[in-house]
Design a protein around this ligand. Structure first.
Ligand SMILES: [Zn+2]
Length: 431
């Protein structure tokens, strides 16, 4: 295989005119696309029509993103129920089944339609922003069976950019290493943990990851990507790794650029962060459920609740892309606790603890005093700390930065917090 020329993978856009639209233009663009898909879905999807009728809405009532609040959020459980009653898609499909190409099956089971002409932008935008370029050769190690991700979405998106796909699927680690070595494949699509398996296997086989292999870019999804794992893999292979987020139903909802400061929302989606109880939109910096609307006519899901928690930021990104970003995926809605109107997730609590090496066992206790929520971090310290008051202040600052809710720190003697205790203990009573 010929040696590749060194190229700049850090600059440029897949669709510059879309990705760099100024704020006002973007809003007008999204509102126009929204009106189009709402009218289309109402006319072609019986489930969407029923949903609108159930609250007395007509398509003309939805003119802007703000108007989306009038439409009840569709939860995954509801989608499953409707699919059971009216298989395979519960009436959410926007074209006759005979015009589709495939039916995919995700755990649940939930069925997803696969269109004949794949034109979703999000994943391809994510690959490009993550450094994939025409001519790259990628092993696609996501599962090709049943679920739509590897075959429908990743494979087609690689093709959209002009990359070559090697459909290796999951497993067969030694064979994957040999493929990387023999073909000098330079791109990876898969989970972060499987890439680590590949690294370990290659080392076990006595290979030099930087010399014998030529991995330059990685597009990872379907798992959390801790920064420690990212930098470990980036160093081991001397490659760029960027992550993406989405679901089988609504597809790509966010992708990282070179700046690693959150995940840009692709231009063929509307993503809202909402209060999971009321469905009302929350502003930037507030934690809530990710709710998505796609412009996909084959499966025009409108206000689909992912059950995942995140927050939005609209601060400008130095990469030049103007879409807002999901800060990170914080966890599942059903594991979160609401404190002073804001959601607190065990993952955020962990993040606070990880920032301070002196923290041993810890637990967050939520109580209520004079009709006000109080959040206290009970912390056991690892050994002697010279200035506990200074540390207390630092931890309380981290709590404010990461969780956005004020919390108090109490140091307790070692052995107070039991190993099996819940990370967040809600002791509020509501008499
Ligand atoms: Zn960016």
């Amino acid at each position: 295989m010929p040696k590749r020329e060194v190229m700049d993978r850090t600059a440029g856009f897949l669709k510059k005119n879309l990705e760099t639209m100024p704020y006002k233009k973007r809003l007008e663009y999204l509102n126009r696309k929204l009106r189009g898909i709402v009218q289309y879905a109402y006319n072609h999807s019986i489930a969407i029509k029923n949903k609108f009728d159930s609250v007395g809405l007509k398509p003309k009532d939805v003119q802007t993103i703000k108007d989306l609040e009038k439409i009840p959020v569709t939860k995954k459980t509801e989608l499953m129920e409707l699919q059971k009653k009216n298989p395979p898609f519960g009436g959410f499909e926007g074209v006759p089944i005979t015009e589709m190409r495939r039916i995919y099956i995700s755990p649940g089971p939930i069925y997803e339609p696969g269109e004949t002409e794949f034109d979703e932008l999000g994943w391809a935008q994510g690959m490009y922003a993550g450094g994939f370029r025409p001519g790259d050769m990628a092993i696609n190690t996501f599962s090709y069976h049943m679920v739509p991700f590897a075959l429908q979405m990743v494979d087609n998106s690689l093709h959209m950019i002009g990359c070559l796909s090697i459909p290796t699927g999951i497993g067969n680690t030694e064979q994957q290493v040999n493929i990387l070595k023999n073909l000098r494949a330079n791109a990876y699509c898969g989970t972060p943990s499987f890439l680590l398996n590949i690294a370990e296997k290659a080392e076990e086989m006595g290979l030099d990851l930087k010399k014998d292999l030529d991995l330059q870019v990685g597009f990872v999804a379907a798992e959390m990507l801790p920064e420690s794992l990212r930098s470990k893999l980036e160093e081991k292979f001397r490659m760029i790794i960027r992550q993406t987020y989405g679901t089988a139903d609504v597809r790509c909802l966010g992708y990282e650029c070179m700046m690693k400061n959150g995940m840009h929302i692709p231009d063929d989606k509307i993503v809202e962060i909402v209060d999971p109880e009321t469905g009302k939109q929350l502003g930037p910096g507030k934690t809530g459920e990710i709710v998505a609307t796609t412009f996909n006519r084959v499966y025009p899901l409108i206000r689909f609740g992912t059950g995942d928690l995140s927050m939005l930021t609209d601060t400008p990104c130095p990469c030049g892309r103007t879409s807002p970003r999901l800060v990170k995926i914080l966890g599942r809605v059903d594991q979160a606790t609401k404190v002073r109107g804001l959601f607190v997730h065990p993952g955020q609590v962990n993040e606070v603890a990880l920032k301070h090496a002196q923290i041993g066992n810890y637990q967050v206790v939520i109580t209520r005093k004079e009709h006000k929520d109080e959040m206290t971090f009970w912390i056991e310290l690892k050994g002697e700390v010279p200035e506990p008051e200074k540390l207390r202040g630092e931890i309380e600052r981290s709590i404010r930065d990461i969780i956005k809710v004020r919390g108090e720190v109490q140091f307790v003697p070692t052995g107070t917090i039991l190993e099996e205790s819940r990370k967040i203990e809600d002791q509020r009573t509501w008499e």
